[in-house]
Design a protein around this ligand. Structure first.
Ligand code: PA5
Length: 428
């Protein structure tokens, strides 16, 4: 992963960082790096995720999904960090095995999806670290019923990915389902490089070793200076820009295959850093499509944004046919990739010309290795940001509050959070 910070400097952007400001920030990055390395060495909660390139066991994952090698499709039933990492890999990488995700309990969507799936040749992966998340367990019960109704032996087509305890673990034991363990110390949104993100990728035939190799290369680039570490450079500058007023981070990849990456990033950034009145609100955009919508706001709206432009340096390209139509001949001889690159550079320049801070992030191409780099790099960026902002990056109390309130409302426990729902102030 390569990061270009030029358009985040105060010579170009407002808010922006002076070169002295960057040097001062670099001293703090050195301390943050030491804390991160200590956390990794002790495999402390959260920091353990940054060890996954070494600790994940691709052979174990491949062996666990071997019984599903003939599946036409794989359905992941999970939510948040238990779905988005796998979805990012699935939508980033081409495969002959289709991947589907049930990460919402919208009944219309659930029914439509189940009606369209070849249930007798679909592998179902039920993923929940806690094993207690209502949406995931409810969806699983619905999927199970649908399989029974279709005469499919669901126990043959289902495996679970979960922690040591919880209802899902108990269910797996009771039904003798294959089970993959969610590693200790790895919060959901940091779990893409573990069993949680990689099982679906394995069924789809993706090269897990290459994903982990890319992540490991990025891990090797973590260093005590932001000038030596692209991941820290991105995270530290995003933090410093937030301090200077960039309360929004618009993630804008220029590749359809990275659209879900922007969603994954939004979760990582929001759930990890949104604490104690801090954090950047992530916005999701897709280049070049959203140049024709959101870019207007990014360039000329409130000066409260960092725009992150991500692109692969190479991609499978397609020539634009020549035409003698007046005014269109300039397109002939170019390719759609050339045009997309031109759009990328135009957006970057347009933002810079308006003094709007933006950072360029590049990977070689959208493949296993580069996705491993990008995902690991953004996780490390998030962790260093959290260190600098002194927030508790690896907890999610607001998310837990909502989970308890919803369970309480359905009678799944006596949670005081549910009472607060009843006390809602109404004005209609
Ligand atoms: O990052 C997180 O911790 C959350 O987004 C969780 O992944 C999400 O709430 C799902 O939790 P679980 O895996 O316990 O079902």
């Amino acid at each position: 992963m390569r990061v270009d910070l030029g358009n985040a400097l105060s010579e170009v952007a407002d808010p922006g960082l002076s070169r002295t400001g960057l040097d001062e920030l670099d001293e703090r990055v050195a301390d943050a790096h030491e804390r991160i390395e200590r956390g990794r060495a002790n495999a402390d909660h959260g920091y353990a995720a940054l060890n996954l390139p070494e600790t994940a066991n691709p052979d174990e994952i491949r062996a666990a999904v071997e019984p599903f090698a003939d599946a036409e499709a794989v359905l992941t039933v999970g939510i948040g960090g238990s779905a988005l990492g796998a979805a990012t890999l699935a939508r980033g990488l081409p495969s002959e095995t289709d991947a589907y995700f049930l990460d919402n309990v919208d009944p219309e969507h659930v029914s439509r999806l189940l009606d369209s799936l070849p249930l007798d040749s679909t592998a179902v992966n039920v993923v929940s670290r806690s094993g207690t998340t209502a949406e995931t367990l409810a969806n699983f019960l619905v999927v199970r019923e649908e399989m029974e109704r279709a005469g499919v032996d669901w126990t043959d087509r289902t495996f679970v990915t979960t922690g040591d305890e919880g209802n899902l673990r108990r269910l797996a034991e009771k039904e003798d389902l294959p089970a993959l363990d969610v590693p200790d110390g790895v919060p959901g949104r940091f779990s893409v490089l573990s069993t949680v993100g990689l099982a679906c990728a394995a069924i789809q035939g993706h090269d897990l070793d290459a994903i982990l190799r890319g992540a490991s290369d990025e891990a090797d680039r973590l260093a005590g200076s932001l000038y030596d570490s692209p991941a820290y450079a991105y995270g530290a500058v995003a933090y410093a820009l937030e301090e200077r007023g960039a309360a929004v981070n618009a993630m804008m990849p220029y590749a359809e295959s990275l659209e879900t990456f922007a969603e994954w990033f939004a979760q990582l950034w929001a759930e990890s850093l949104g604490k104690d009145g801090r954090g950047q609100t992530p916005a999701r955009a897709l280049g070049a499509t959203d140049q024709h919508s959101q870019l207007q706001l990014y360039r000329a709206g409130p000066r409260d944004k960092l725009v992150t432009l991500v692109r692969p340096e190479t991609r499978a390209d397609r020539a634009i046919p020549t035409t003698d139509l007046d005014g269109l001949s300039y397109l002939g001889g170019s390719s759609l990739g050339d045009l997309l690159d031109a759009e990328f550079e135009a957006t970057e320049a347009s933002l810079a010309a308006a003094g709007q801070p933006n950072v360029r992030v590049e990977i070689d191409r959208v493949d296993e290795e580069s996705l491993g780099e990008l995902l690991y790099g953004m996780e490390a960026a998030c962790v260093v940001y959290g260190e600098l902002a002194e927030v508790s990056t690896f907890t999610q109390p607001a998310v837990e509050w909502g989970k308890k309130a919803a369970r309480g409302l359905l009678g799944g426990g006596d949670f005081e959070e549910a009472d607060a729902v009843a006390e809602k102030t109404t004005l209609t």
